[in-house]
Write a protein that binds this ligand. Structure first.
Ligand code: SF4
Length: 234
């Protein structure tokens, strides 16, 4: 018999009829297959320090990782510390990051982040989700990216637009709000797999389970996916 929350999901969203334990087993099987499919998976933003990944992730909002990497290649040679960002001239920084889009808001956020890291965290990137999301322009997704990929800390699961889409198509969450999807996903794989899960779902959504026409015929988890909300698979 379905757990009450699963029954609700099934009725409202057309979720498949499975218990929470069955869903968790399926999520673990999905991750095993995605790991086999992409054994060298890594974050595609270039960085060498937690600060650089924090800056790159802020710049990556509404922008491709490739474009961000082009911008940060020279940016990171000029800005090496939190203080460098705190003391940046806004117009200069805006020009330097213009290619990533939304450059005024992003420059303001980076200058604010630099200032707060200096005044509250000794110039270092903090290592808790609560402290990170208190920084200007930093939400749970950015915080989880930095904690997971730069510091190896599993505080949550990265939920970007790709993860949102794949989580719904694979029926691991029927939610639409990122924080609710993250809460659903955090109940599925064990905590030690949270970082890998977010990374693999991100890459899977970017390259195979793409928004317009998912490449289901080439998908390594086709046998584990009910393909919800997919009208024109390829
Ligand atoms: S089978 Fe299709 S919808 Fe399901 S995860 Fe793969 S690409 Fe996405």
């Amino acid at each position: 018999m379905l757990a009450p929350d699963r029954e609700r999901s099934a009725g409202k969203q057309g979720m498949i009829a499975e218990t929470h334990e069955e869903q968790a087993q399926r999520a673990r099987a999905i991750l095993r297959k995605l790991k086999r499919h992409r054994p060298d998976a890594r974050i595609e933003l270039n960085f060498s320090t937690p600060l650089e990944l924090l800056v790159a992730t802020v710049l990556a909002a509404q922008c491709t990782d490739q474009r961000v990497n082009e911008v940060t290649r020279s940016l990171f040679t000029r800005y090496r510390s939190a203080q460098d960002y705190a003391q940046a001239d806004p117009h200069t920084l805006e020009r330097e990051i213009e290619a990533t889009g939304f450059f005024r808001q992003k420059a303001k956020a980076l200058i604010g982040i630099g200032g707060e890291l200096g005044t509250k965290h000794g110039g270092k990137v903090p290592q808790t989700l609560e402290e990170l999301v208190a920084l200007p322009g930093v939400g749970r997704k950015t915080a989880n990216v930095v904690l997971g990929s730069a510091l190896g800390i599993a505080a949550g699961i990265v939920v970007d637009t790709h993860v949102q889409r794949v989580a719904r198509r694979t029926a691991l969450s029927a939610q639409t709000a990122p924080e609710k999807i993250e809460a659903d996903l955090m109940e599925l794989p064990p905590k030690r797999d949270w970082i890998a899960f977010g990374m693999h779902y991100t890459l899977h959504g970017r390259y195979l389970c793409i928004a317009r026409k998912p490449l289901c015929s080439r998908c390594p988890i086709l046998d584990l996916c009910p393909q919800f909300e997919v009208s024109n698979p390829q």
